[in-house]
Design a protein around this ligand. Structure first.
Ligand SMILES: Nc1ncnc2c1ncn2[C@@H]1O[C@H](COP(=O)(O)OP(=O)(O)O)[C@@H](O)[C@H]1O
Ligand SMILES: O=C(CO)[C@@H](O)[C@H](O)COP(=O)(O)O
Length: 494
């Protein structure tokens, strides 16, 4: 038997199949072959069509079963990982009423800022563990204010992964974890955050049914079966935002353990039991996959909206080299990129920079000296520096870091990126042979609640290598100082 994992990213949908007993990966692939578009009709906006996600999910599932040559009757459970904080609104028939306003959309920043002022730091911090920010609840308030007709026709709102689960099963549902991503979970009351709902004037009936993770959340229905080729009756047993899911995939469940990833966005995600966070805007706090009200496990999340999307932009606009070729060219350039500095970002408001939208900056380019290899190295370094800058903020909130793990995926496949981060934060980074889709597939089999056994298998089987901080740090530190000075100068004028 097999479990199927779906990871709905911002750049593509990844689907993986694992053996149900051993957790071994059978196949993993992504759709579409080229990365998905993020629609930005206004500079601060970012949208994607939920039906486009679904088309790619269906195509990827069909390819998986054909290419792995498995009989669909052998697929037991489904796990879903998804880009976090997005807003999907549907009518009573489940049709999306507009494009999804996705995680990196900044239109609701001012709405969230005012809500924090009006509700107060204390209420937001102790009940929701976060400022409302421009997360799902604030995005829905933007719809109320700007698209009243659409809001009037809204039957339910969901997170992106809830929509995929709905398309598979016909059941509209969400999770506590999902609501926490929208700043819609009240940890003190162990209930939906009615203080924020009421403040925004959001009708509580729009919140779908809440289902528990690691249990049967719904089964593939006739329509879901027809569109994906899966057998009717297959159970969806897990769903999670992609960052908590990345942590689960890396056996990060306990306080002091940290997961990192460098996809479109970059994230450092630290687990704790802290229900009284110091910082509620620059870093965020969400219910981890194993959160329960009696044993609250919280993921403290440092996010860089514009991380891998920076490198991707260079790839698309600077010669179309493959990432491997770009990494190779960058490795020929010395640390510090011969003075070229890239401030990444450029993908909406940055939470760690108090929701300022600073844009990407390419600095000190000498047209007689520098070529695309300098840009590639400066991009990898600039993104790595933004991680280091973020970890300095995160550390104030989380205390001691025991272990940091990342999958051998996305930016962590670049030695320059990984060495720069490890050296400057002065911590080992353990690299594991796993991805979000594989993790979600394995989590679909975690219905016995044995997190320890689940984690042991990952540690035993998947560890590939460890990036150790380099001894000779001086050049890295000098380049980081230059980068930080440039950033701080830019921030002064924002
Ligand atoms: N071999 C590689 N070396 C360095 N960076 C890479 C490599 N492959 C992918 N990336 C980076 O990872 C990003 C995609 O990461 P991914 O986790 O698939 O994104 P998402 O979850 O946002 O869909 C790319 O935009 C690119 O910046
Ligand atoms: O907003 C966050 C985390 O808080 C992002 O990490 C999104 O969850 C999207 O991730 P990717 O598309 O980069 O995987």
């Amino acid at each position: 038997m097999y479990h199927l994992g779906i990871d709905l990213g911002s750049s593509s949908v990844k689907v993986a199949l694992v053996d149900a007993d051993s957790g071994k990966k059978i196949i993993s692939l992504h759709e579409p072959p080229n990365e998905m578009e993020i629609i930005a009709i206004n500079p601060d906006w970012a949208e994607q069509d939920p039906n486009m996600w679904w088309t790619h999910v269906c195509n990827a599932i069909k390819r998986v079963t054909v290419e792995a040559d498995v009989n669909v009757s052998e697929i037991k459970n489904i796990g879903i990982s998804y880009q976090m904080h997005g807003l999907v609104i549907v009518d009573e028939s489940g049709n999306p009423l507009r494009n999804s306003i996705i995680w990196c959309d900044s239109r609701a920043v001012e709405i969230g800022r005012k809500a924090l002022q009006d509700l107060g730091q204390d209420l937001c911090g102790t009940h929701m563990l976060n400022a409302p920010g421009n997360f799902t609840a604030s995005k829905l308030k933007w719809v109320i204010d700007n698209e009243p007709e659409t809001y009037k026709n809204t039957y339910k709102f969901m997170l992106p992964g809830d929509f995929i689960a709905y398309k598979l099963t016909g059941k509209m549902a969400t999770t506590k974890n999902g609501l926490s991503e929208g700043i819609l979970w009240d940890y003190k009351k162990d209930d939906v955050a009615t203080d924020l709902l009421d403040y925004y004037g959001i009708d509580k009936n729009l919140v779908p049914e809440i289902v528990e993770n690691f249990t049967n959340q719904g089964t593939v229905n006739v329509q879901g079966s027809k569109e994906t080729g899966l057998a009717e009756g297959v159970q969806v047993t897990y769903r999670s935002g992609d960052q908590p899911n990345n942590a689960l995939s890396l056996n990060i469940f306990n306080p002091g353990e940290v997961a990192a990833t460098g996809g479109t966005s970059g994230v450092v995600y630290a687990v704790s039991n802290n229900l009284k966070p110091q910082e509620i805007s620059k870093v965020n706090h969400f219910a981890h996959v194993n959160y329960t009200a009696s044993e609250p496990v919280i993921g403290t999340l440092l996010n860089i909206n514009g991380a891998g999307i920076q490198y991707r932009w260079l790839r698309n606009n600077c010669g179309n080299d493959s990432y491997d070729v770009m990494n190779d060219k960058a490795s020929k350039i010395e640390v510090g990129s011969n003075g070229v500095v890239i401030i990444p970002f450029g993908n909406g408001a940055e939470r760690m920079l108090e929701n300022k939208n600073v844009g990407t900056h390419i600095l000190n380019l000498n047209l007689n000296q520098h070529n695309n290899a300098h840009l590639y190295r400066a991009s990898l370094e600039g993104i790595a520096f933004s991680f280091v800058y973020g970890v300095e903020i995160l550390k104030k909130d989380i205390g001691e870091i025991k272990v940091i793990r990342a999958g051998n995926d996305n930016l962590f496949r670049s030695e320059i990126f990984s060495n720069t981060v490890a050296t400057l934060i002065d911590h080992d980074i353990e690299i594991y042979n796993t991805t979000g889709a594989v993790g979600a597939a394995r989590a679909a089999g975690l219905t016995d609640g044995d997190f320890e056994k689940f984690g042991e298998n990952i540690t035993k089987n998947d560890h590939v290598m460890t990036y150790k901080p380099l001894q000779d740090k001086a050049a890295y530190q000098a380049a980081y100082t230059t980068w930080k000075n440039e950033l701080e100068m830019i921030l002064k004028h924002k």
